[in-house]
Design a protein around this ligand. Sequence first.
Ligand SMILES: Cc1cc2nc3c(=O)[nH]c(=O)nc-3n(C[C@H](O)[C@H](O)[C@H](O)COP(=O)(O)OP(=O)(O)OC[C@H]3O[C@@H](n4cnc5c(N)ncnc54)[C@H](O)[C@@H]3O)c2cc1C
Length: 343
Amino acid sequence: MNILENVDLRAHSTMRLGGTTRYYCEATDRMEVLEALSWAQQRNLPVQMIGSGSNIVWKDEGFSGLLIVNKILRYELFKEDETNVYLTVGAGEPWDSVVERSVQAGLTGIEALSLVPGTAGATPIQNVGAYGQDVSQTLTTIEAYDTAARDFITLPAYDCGFGYRTSRFKATDRGRFFITAVTFHLTIGNPEGPYYPAVGNYLREHNITEVTPATLRQAVIAIRSAKLPDPAVVANCGSFFANPIISSGQFNQLSADLDTEIPHWKHDADIKVSAAWLIEQTGFKDYHDSETGVATWPTQPLVLVNEAAANTTALLAFKQKIITAVQAKFGITLQQEPELLPL
Ligand SMILES: Cc1cc2nc3c(=O)[nH]c(=O)nc-3n(C[C@H](O)[C@H](O)[C@H](O)COP(=O)(O)OP(=O)(O)OC[C@H]3O[C@@H](n4cnc5c(N)ncnc54)[C@H](O)[C@@H]3O)c2cc1C
């Protein structure tokens, strides 16, 4: 295992901001994870594991510990019967290639998550979701090193505390587990409707009547490519804010006060409000802030883009402008989705 020193963290966040990490290594299997952890423990250093950095923002002061980039590769299909297939993937597998391979195998269950950047091992962290699917619907188990048990463990999905864009890995047990593999239960066959509205529209407009995992993937790729920037080209972390969840009482009051139709979705007994709409209404649509060098993406104001930001401090200043404006106009506090590291 090769441990490097003083590595630039900008290469490890698709926002391309932040300081340096004191120590850096890549883990390609479970033994290397153990080796890295014991190396850090001997030196009393904090440890942070990441995938491809598409949902993190590094602080300008950098990280004083050991950064482990998960590069564990594995792709194994277990066909239980004519319908049910279990797919186990290494945590470091690029997520979209996992989706692509599962679709090519005629499997349904994760095709709506096409083109979500990042690694397979990061998908449980915020219960990655898009276009009507999230990983909690198909994930069965997680293999991870548990720093509390000091051993590798297998965690069933029901024990992951999944919720909307969250899990126990992001909440109570933040930093406790180093995920090495994830297993999904997929099925052989076609995805069943009703489809997510944007997907349904695309299928109708393109006269696609037989919806297969491949055609659904094709629809999602087309919709996402038209709407979202490619992080390999434009520095961004996807949605910078989660859609806020408010009580139906607060929602009804707000709708009456504003006398307008607020885009929303039902969320159990509560209401999930479109953060993109809230941001647009405060004048931040296609907004290019010369003061901070940060902009909102023209076709999706939820996405903050680093056009010319000098540092993370500038990004956070722009984020705060949006939060303050939305709070002042709607009384709703937007929450940042990408994690600010180190904690
Ligand atoms: C253009 C764009 C579009 C996006 N669209 C979506 C979307 O539609 N839906 C959605 O949910 N997200 C979306 N995202 C966010 C992002 O793609 C996901 O959160 C993805 O899962 C992050 O993967 P990563 O490997 O880059 O994780 P990182 O950014 O490297 O890490 C994210 C978090 O997971 C932890 N982590 C990563 N790997 C491990 C591991 N093996 N073990 C333990 N902890 C780990 C890290 O410590 C960190 O807390 C988008 C991002 C971009 C840039």
